[in-house]
Write a protein that binds this ligand. Sequence first.
Ligand SMILES: Cc1cc2nc3c(=O)[nH]c(=O)nc-3n(C[C@H](O)[C@H](O)[C@H](O)COP(=O)(O)O)c2cc1C
Length: 356
Amino acid sequence: MTEKFDCLEDFENLAKTILEKARFKWIAGGSDDMVTLTDNKKAFDRYRFRPRLLQDVSKLDTSTTLLGNTIASPIAMSPTAFHRLADYNEGEKATAKASCSANTLMVLSSFSNTRIEDVKKAAPDGLYWMQVQLFKDKRITENVVRRADAAGFKALVLTADQPVFGKNRRDSAYKNISLKDHPDLLRSINLEYAGLEKYQIDDAQTWEDIKWLKTITKLPIVVKGITTGADAKIAVQYGADAILVSNHGGRQLEFLPATIDALSEVVAAVEGSGVEVYMDGGVRRGTDVLKALARGARAVFIGRPIFWGLACNGEEGVTQVLDILKEEFRRSMCLIGCSRLSDITPSMVVHESYYY
Ligand SMILES: Cc1cc2nc3c(=O)[nH]c(=O)nc-3n(C[C@H](O)[C@H](O)[C@H](O)COP(=O)(O)O)c2cc1C
């Protein structure tokens, strides 16, 4: 691949020309009129920086820890289903290898095309967390949890914003994805347990299910999908170890706030609890990462750009996506006058209305 990529948008544009139309549409899509989806990105543009000049940024360190695990920069991968849609041969194995060589964290989706054990085998030194979903038949969730634990995954990410699937434009795209050459393209191989080929999400799920999870595993639990301070406080009460502020990339409840806007309320709500707060949704540039950290996130996670990297250039494409975002972030840190992540403070970013 001789393509020159300057930014993540270049990957998106090329992926659009490479992928079958229905596949690209399903990956790109969001709920209803895609207001939240669009706002996730646009909201970043509403913040302005207030740098500190002449700070000696010659020795930069972007590394951090997430629940005690060290990663090279505060940029990790959100769980997303079916990576073989973008790289049929390698799928999640390619993502895992790229994640490992970038020294970052991959959250494997329960709806992945690749077995938990095979992901780990593809890049044994990688850092993995497992996304879990509460199913009506709890044995399916339990099986995923136990296998991830046995394979050395370091935490569970409980998706809490999906008691039912959002009504999405992507649904029609999903139905149009051609399975002619690859009948297993949309196969959630990790959910096939005890002869159960069909899973049903438990629409009766409650916070009490976190207690149940704690009876079957000692792994730390990250609650994904929180957008309010009130829910963040409940998550802490129920023993969550971390919170991933997320509106599911605009694919679940429409008219949720952009995550960069919702972030500060959540950070304030859990202050002093020791619970880590991360965010995902619309992160596409190094400055987005910097804004999220200034507003209190410990790290950001990315979803769709992983598919674009896979579609454009497989494992190498994901590596390039991660490299570009990290390089942009490093540069932004230098320009704002920070050498370490702990130098980034809330006073370094303001809403644009500050200047009106
Ligand atoms: C194609 C696709 C599949 C996804 N699959 C899952 C999933 O299986 N579990 C989950 O918790 N979130 C899933 N998400 C949501 C992502 O984890 C994440 O919240 C979102 O993609 C972040 O926004 P971004 O794509 O703008 O970076 C998915 C998102 C996309 C785009």
